[in-house]
Design a protein around this ligand. Structure first.
Ligand code: E4P
Length: 218
């Protein structure tokens, strides 16, 4: 499973990219708004840090408006993927953009039938939102598993991005159900790499080493 980072914060992206574990970036209007910076400038900067797919979301409601908005965003860099909401108009836009060779990520997917329709329309990625389903007492991971099964049953090309990830167990569970990708906030990536026993182990190694150096008079 690949890891994407789910943020529009340049420092977080740069730091996570330096760990060598990030294959792409997902943003959304809320994440971009948090940075209080120009949308296209932020997306351009991200595309210069990470080679892999960078999702940038359209804000229009109709396919007629989504398509030119998407084409404009796609010009920012070769690795831009257009994030399109899972609506009737969104599907129409995905169909057209796919024919134009533009990659899409259908977002706000909350059911397997929505995901199937997005895949059939030609979406490069579908993003089921685990955390937001868990928040309303519905098993978000079951949706990820169902989508992976449906897509693999029929050899569809769409990749499933486990999104709305809230903690490291979401990432592990997504990997266990064979999600192709998990997009993960920076603080969850940090939580994944940290372990108190690793810290304690490093401290003990250093203490043991220092003790012997002292005994040897070094
Ligand atoms: C992913 O593509 C979405 O931007 C993101 O994962 C949404 O996460 P949230 O439910 O924590 O806002």
């Amino acid at each position: 499973m690949q890891l994407f980072i789910d943020t529009a914060n340049i420092d977080e992206i740069r730091e996570a990219a330096s760990w060598g574990v990030i294959s792409g970036v997902t943003t959304n209007p809320s994440l971009i708004a948090k940075e209080k910076r120009d949308f296209k400038t932020v997306v351009k900067e991200i595309s210069e840090i990470v080679d892999g797919p960078i999702s940038a979301e359209v804000l229009s409601d109709t396919a007629e408006d989504m398509i030119p908005e998407a084409l404009d965003l796609a010009k920012i860099a070769d690795n831009i993927v257009i994030k399109i909401p899972m609506t009737r108009e969104g599907l129409k836009a995905v169909k057209v953009l796919t024919k134009e060779g533009i990659k899409t990520n259908v977002t706000l997917v909350f059911s397997a039938t929505q995901g199937l329709m997005a895949a059939l329309a030609g979406a490069t990625y579908v993003s089921p939102f685990i955390g937001r389903l868990d928040d309303i007492s519905t098993d978000g991971m079951e949706l990820v598993a169902d989508l992976v099964t449906v897509i693999e049953n029929y050899g569809l090309n769409t990749k499933v991005i486990a999104a709305s990830v809230r903690h490291p167990m979401h990432v592990l569970q997504a990997a266990k159900v064979s999600a192709h990708i998990a997009t993960v906030p920076f603080k969850v990536l940090e939580a994944m790499l940290n372990h108190p026993l690793t810290d304690a182990g490093i401290k003990r190694f250093k203490d043991d080493w220092a003790k012997v150096q002292k005994e040897l008079g070094k």
